[in-house]
Design a protein around this ligand. Sequence first.
Ligand SMILES: C[S@@+](CC[C@H](N)C(=O)[O-])C[C@H]1O[C@@H](n2cnc3c(N)ncnc32)[C@H](O)[C@@H]1O
Length: 242
Amino acid sequence: MWGFSFQRRFLHSSLCLMKKLKKNKTAAEQRWLQRQLKDPYVKASHKQNFRCRSAFKLLEIDDKFRLLQPGCSVVDCGAAPGAWSQVAVHRVNSAGTDPAAPPGTVVGIDLLHIPPLDGAHFLSCHDVTVSPTHAKLLELLPGGQAHVILSDMAPNASGFREMDHVKLITMCFSLLDLAEKILLPEGSLLCKYWDGILAHELQEKLSRVFNSVQTLKPNASRKDSAERYFLARIYKKPEQLS
Ligand SMILES: C[S@@+](CC[C@H](N)C(=O)[O-])C[C@H]1O[C@@H](n2cnc3c(N)ncnc32)[C@H](O)[C@@H]1O
């Protein structure tokens, strides 16, 4: 049902894009629109009813590392419009579609509105980086704990690469506070960052509390973008570190 209305909306927006292309847009706008229309991941996301192309980044990472198992509790930070949550709902069985597998939990958070999705609980208009949101998460997660924290969060890009990098890395640091509150020992954290001078510092901080930290650049991530992901696995709760 949702997929059908989404398809209609996609077709509608594709037509709108075509019309916009014909009008006098700036060269940069035209390049962006052309790229969207040609992008195989945009086409595939439409075909497979994903809310956006980023679904393929998580699918690719999860196919390789198997983070999302049936029965797992997952927090999806920066979840709007909800493509990563769609992947997570399916893989952890939080909509209970596979009666033979244990049902998991998916909680998505975003500053923006996230359209409802069967199997996910969304905290729209919430900031992941602040304590009141963490308190709500503790209430929503079974036993107040998560097996996996996903973050595809990104601030609105200012166009100043260095400034945007620092902003996103600062948001990633706040995920370590969240992990301390909710992440189960041996849990995983997957977070997006934009490459730059502070990436190494983030990697070091993650390495102090996780046994393994890898840098990933999925095929679906545009080659010309500074986007990367850190996959941190096997969380050592701070009390286990002393
Ligand atoms: C690239 S989009 C995420 C796409 C999403 N993974 C999907 O598959 O649909 C990044 C999102 O991060 C959100 N965001 C940025 N800062 C945030 C914050 N402090 N708290 C919550 N969400 C945030 C933005 O509103 C935006 O929707």
